[in-house]
Design a binder for this molecule. Structure first.
Ligand code: NAG
Ligand code: NAG
Length: 321
């Protein structure tokens, strides 16, 4: 009796040990993904996500293994998750159907391909490539906080962007986002923050570091006058942008203007730091920089020109707006 009880106890303990494994990994291949670039692997990804998100652990990982190409339709990875830290490790390649007419979109969801919604503490990383054939590689929207994006290869398309925020007067809030150790190849934009005139809320506490640009049209942009139609009116309200650091930005710009910081006149960008940047413009052109309504950490409006931003080879050090 006693023996069978302790046996039972050991059994329960080991069961707990299995289910409570601290850092479980959910491989998409175990959920039926094929990875031949032809088969639709969307459902396998969604099933792997469900397990990852539901996992009652301090950290759970959804793994996309290397040396395979996964064909993925537009999908939503929904939170909130049980796991305190969700990691999406992308070592393989993700591709969207080549023809946009073959995209299967539910509701009004065709403007996004891979969409993470309400996931706190998300990390996206890996050695893979993500090929959605267009628009933003990664678009970080309202309500995002504590997001880390690293080891991403992105391009062509519109690069990595935060926003657009504050559309139609919306109160949007994004904070604590780090994008690091990533490569942008042939993208129209590199790392961009875009907000509409008339919005409210904030976009703050961002770090962009160790980003390599290759033939990127606009490597670094803050645009607080974002507008996708003709008639946009300058407003007295704006999403407040503050505490953004760009560190170790390297590479080539396809255009002469490598850095554009176009901030709101009513709510200038504050605490903007550019630290250690070497971006070269194509050909003989020296890289140039455009900047308005931006202040550095000392709250002084500093012009880029005054701090040596137009050095011949486009190398810059120092901090400023
Ligand atoms: C600025 O942002 C960084 C990165 O998110 C954060 O660690 C730091 O605490 C922020 N500084 C302030 C004053 O909020
Ligand atoms: C904002 O930038 C514009 C364009 O450079 C400039 O004319 C204006 O004086 C700036 N406003 C403030 C408040 O610094």
């Amino acid at each position: 009796m006693e023996a069978s009880f302790s046996l039972f106890f050991v059994f329960i303990l080991s069961l707990l040990a299995v289910t409570k494994s601290d850092n479980p990994v959910f491989d998409v291949l175990h959920y039926g993904a094929v990875g031949d670039g032809q088969t639709d692997d969307t459902n396998a990804f969604l099933e792997a996500w469900k397990s990852t998100c539901a996992s009652d652990s301090s950290s759970s990982t959804m793994h996309v293994p290397s040396y395979k190409t996964f064909l993925i339709q537009p999908l939503i990875f929904n939170g909130p998750c049980n796991s305190k830290g969700v990691i999406v490790q992308i070592d393989g390649n993700l591709v969207a159907p080549i023809e946009p007419s073959n995209w299967k979109c539910e509701d009004d969801n065709c403007h996004r391909w891979i969409y993470f919604h309400k996931v706190d503490g998300l990390k996206v990383r890996g050695h893979g490539t993500i090929d959605g054939h267009g628009d933003d590689c990664i678009s970080i929207g309202d309500g995002t906080s504590n997001l880390k994006v690293s080891n991403i290869i992105c391009g062509p398309g519109h690069g990595i962007s935060i926003g657009s925020l504050g559309k139609d007067g919306a109160n949007d809030e994004v904070e604590y986002v780090t994008v690091s150790d990533s490569v942008l190849i042939g993208a129209t934009n590199g790392v961009r923050i875009k907000t509409w005139q008339g919005g409210r809320g904030y976009a703050r506490n961002f770090v962009f570091e160790r980003i390599l640009f290759h033939e990127t049209s606009n490597p670094i942009i803050i645009d607080q006058y974002y507008c996708d139609h003709e008639e946009c009116i300058t407003s007295e309200s704006a999403v407040q942008i503050s505490n953004v650091t760009y560190s170790k930005m390297l590479g080539t710009s396809r255009r002469k203007i490598a850095v554009t910081l176009k901030c709101s006149e009513s709510h200038p960008c504050r605490d903007i730091v550019i630290d250690d940047m070497a971006i070269f413009s194509r050909g003989e052109n020296e890289a140039q920089y455009e900047c308005s309504n931006v202040t550095g950490p000392d709250s002084e409006p500093v012009s880029l020109l005054a701090t040596g931003f137009t050095d011949r080879i486009g190398r810059t050090t120092g901090r400023t707006g």
